[in-house]
Design a protein around this ligand. Sequence first.
Ligand code: PXG
Length: 291
Amino acid sequence: MPLKIYIEGKLYDKKNAKISVLDRGLLYGDGVFEGIRVYKRLVFRLKEHLDRLYESAHTLMLDMPLTKDQMAKAICDTLKANKLNDAYIRLIVTRGIGDLGLDPRKCMERARVIIITDKIALYPAKLYKEGLCILTVPTQQSVSESLNPQIKSLNYLNNILAKIEAINAGCEEAIMLNSAGYVTECTGDNIFILKNNILYTPPTHVGLLEGITRDAVMQIARARNIELKDEIFTRHDIYNADECFLTGTAAEIIPVRSVDGRVIGSGKPGKATAMFTKEFRKLTKSDGMRY
Ligand code: PXG
């Protein structure tokens, strides 16, 4: 059965799922998106994903064409039509069709909702066993006064530039620093370090996307009485950490083996990383909306 894709209330076969070349999502990256995981028919933390999507849209003054409940139903209907139990959802809202000018008031129709559901593509299992080799890259995190990294917009070029720099250097992921040199996040993941049993992750104000997985890890830390500090830190702090891992919807929790050629801790995934992975797995069985 060909994959069915939702566009504005209708389901289309993958090959017929097309939008206008005048869509502002294409012309300007003018829109918002979410990447969501489904575990055994449980849409993981759907409410949190929708809250983040609607906040991004609010800041961009993009009027959502559906209520959150209608959006949740559209997602579940698309999953059902595709008979998917474990899936990845790419939820996209563009400002819709305009003329060729920047002015968003020229949008002739309402915003457009696209829902793509598919099987999940993950990092190879080997990398979860051995850990990622990552590096810091020249492309900096964008400052909050311009395109705020808290907005999950369709303009991901800054992150793509950073990702290209990582790939060119033979790495899978890139750490982006802010203009003051503090660690912010990776191109599609948040970052954590553990040192002397204290868990650190950069605070929102350094410039980062407040990841749903990041939030889950912070919640696990609190529940397990692990001291948690969302404080600024530098590359030096990462190099000398006991453990380092990344979090994101696609990767879940993935250990980091080395950063900029410096081996982290023992060079093997650590005990805390394993514990967070195990506890996160439990949450994916209970936290979300079943369909
Ligand atoms: N930082 C950035 C810049 C991201 O784009 C995260 C952190 C992690 O957030 P979540 O909420 O997922 O824990 C993201 C998430 C993709 C893809 O296809 C990217 C993300 C999520 C899902 C898929 O590259 N980014």
